[in-house]
Design a protein around this ligand. Structure first.
Ligand code: F0G
Length: 500
């Protein structure tokens, strides 16, 4: 649709212009810092930072209806820079001009209703938001689009020359960071630190393919994260973990899209989110609060955060009575939800601050944390896949979390859940194969159920001629091959002969 065809009142706002008054707020000392620099911790006290817009209240001057119409109309505007997470520029990062926006096709992922039979098995109606359909096949692209757009802006405005970007990762942040940095044609060189043997081969291939410097470290994610923190404290580097608060802003788009996909009606909804480093859950809470405060949505959904029992510091914290909670990192054990296998989440202080605001604003219990075991994660993933929903192990963790929340009565069957299927199933396919082959018992404590296993079946052709690349069969040989193979497959499938 061409700009002239849009309603008159929306025309001036269709393409967002730079605005707002962004700044880094320190969660520890409360000081505010200018946004035109790369900060990951407070220069005064070392505390964790959040980015806020001091002019946010100006957004409230427009009625919610205005924003809903604007965002919905923007979906019809063919303007690259706002086709992704910057559809919601005013709420996300209003300072970033569209010329600096990096867009690789992220965001606006489908929301798929679970088939009726599956919903019946699970005990509630639910949808899956398929974040694996992002360009590097995970939700991390949302945050990376915002962080790299800001970096792109700083490189241009401040003439920074070449920037070295670093991140630690369980495999998806690194894939996204490498891809988005590569799109900038040399101004940002990306380096990623991975816990050796704790990312999947598919995830490892991604930053290698994008030309990043890839370092494999002994240990788990938490160890690699400490090294990256040291690098960002001591050296001139751009940190691309969600400690970088621009990442969190980009990931808020997930919440905005869920709102938009339900026509801004979220009252009876439950958002289920897997938690690792706690960047995503922070972003979801923050985005929903912003939309609620500006009356874009008229109610806050319930939030169910999910962790594996083998990496559950957030669960252990919220399990304690609210008056006397104390936080302790945990030593993680191997989990099939490997991307969320984190014992000391960097965004924990942001999460507690936002969860408290969320509960206070919702006026009723609205933030819950559940833990799930490894077997339920794998079986839920396979169940979803067997019902047409290709989810990764973290998506399986979400479904297991919904089942746990239903069993505990935190969610009722009359509510509608939205599962965050955070990455593409194919990134984690080795866990599926290991389950099928019964190889998850020792390390993960998962006993495979034979009825859920599947394997390819050889077709034994006996003396029939065998085709292959570069092998030309005669018509008679091809006929023998085709009829021998078809006959054998028909027997295996118990097919009835049409002629009978
Ligand atoms: N699901 C997937 C597929 C992930 O890659 C991650 C985190 C999470 C869930 C948890 O989200 O950290 O925001 O709480 N992966 C990070 C990484 C840590 O390095 O790729 P979170």
């Amino acid at each position: 649709m061409l700009p002239n065809d849009f309603p008159e009142d929306l025309k001036p706002r269709l393409a967002p212009t730079p605005g707002g008054d962004m700044g880094y707020d320190c969660l520890s000392c409360g000081r505010r810092h200018a946004p035109d620099q790369l900060l990951y911790t407070c220069p005064d006290c070392g505390g964790l930072l959040m980015l806020t817009d001091a002019k946010f209240d100006e957004l409230k001057r427009k009625p919610g209806q205005f924003w809903r119409r604007l965002f919905d109309h923007r979906l019809m505007l063919n303007l690259q820079a706002i086709r992704g997470v910057f559809t919601f520029q005013e709420f996300l990062a209003p300072n970033i001009p569209l010329v600096d926006v990096v867009y690789l096709g992220e965001g606006h992922t489908p929301l798929i209703a679970a088939p009726r039979e599956l919903a019946k098995t699970v005990g509630a109606h639910f949808f899956v938001k398929t974040e694996g359909q992002n360009p590097s096949a995970s939700f991390k692209d949302r945050g990376m689009a915002a962080a790299l757009s800001m970096l792109n802006n700083l490189v241009r405005v401040k003439n920074l020359g070449q920037v070295v970007a670093v991140c630690a990762s369980t495999g998806d942040t690194s894939a996204a960071a490498a891809l988005y940095a590569a799109s900038l044609g040399g101004s940002v060189k990306s380096s990623v630190l991975l816990p050796k043997g704790r990312v999947t081969p598919q995830q490892l291939s991604q930053p290698l393919g994008a030309g990043a410097a890839v370092f494999e470290l002994p240990g788990v994610f938490d160890d690699a994260m400490r090294v990256v923190e040291r690098l960002s404290e001591k050296y001139q580097v751009a940190l691309l973990n969600s400690k970088n608060p621009w990442r969190v802003l980009g990931q808020e788009s997930y919440a905005y899209e869920v709102a938009q996909q339900f026509d801004y009606s979220l009252r009876d909804k439950v958002l289920v989110v897997p938690v690792g480093n706690a960047g995503n859950i922070t972003a979801v809470l923050s985005g929903l609060l912003k939309f609620f405060r500006a009356s874009v949505i008229d109610g806050l959904p319930k939030i169910v955060a999910v962790q594996s029992k083998r990496a559950n510091p957030v669960f252990l914290y919220y399990r304690q009575p609210s008056a006397s909670r104390s936080y302790a990192p945990v030593t993680v054990r191997p989990s099939v939800a490997q991307a969320a296998m984190i014992g000391d989440p960097v965004s924990f202080p942001r999460l507690t601050a936002l969860a408290a605001q969320y509960e206070a604003t919702a006026g009723a219990p609205a933030f819950f944390v559940v833990e799930v075991d490894e077997t339920s994660i794998m079986e839920s993933m396979l169940l979803a896949n067997r019902n047409g929903l290709a989810v990764c192990t973290q998506g399986g963790e979400c479904l297991a979390g919904l089942r746990a929340a239903l069993a505990e009565g935190l969610v009722t069957p009359s509510e509608t859940a939205v599962l965050d299927s955070t990455a593409h199933a194919l990134k984690f396919v080795d866990f599926q194969n290991a389950y099928f082959e019964g190889r998850l018992l020792d390390d993960y404590g998962i006993k495979s159920r034979p009825e859920l296993a599947n394997k390819p079946r050889p077709v034994n052709l006996g003396a029939a001629p065998v085709p292959g690349p570069g092998v030309a069969l005669s018509a008679e040989e091809r006929e023998r091959f085709v009829s021998a193979a078809a006959a054998q497959i028909a027997v295996a499938l118990g097919l009835e002969d049409k002629a009978r």
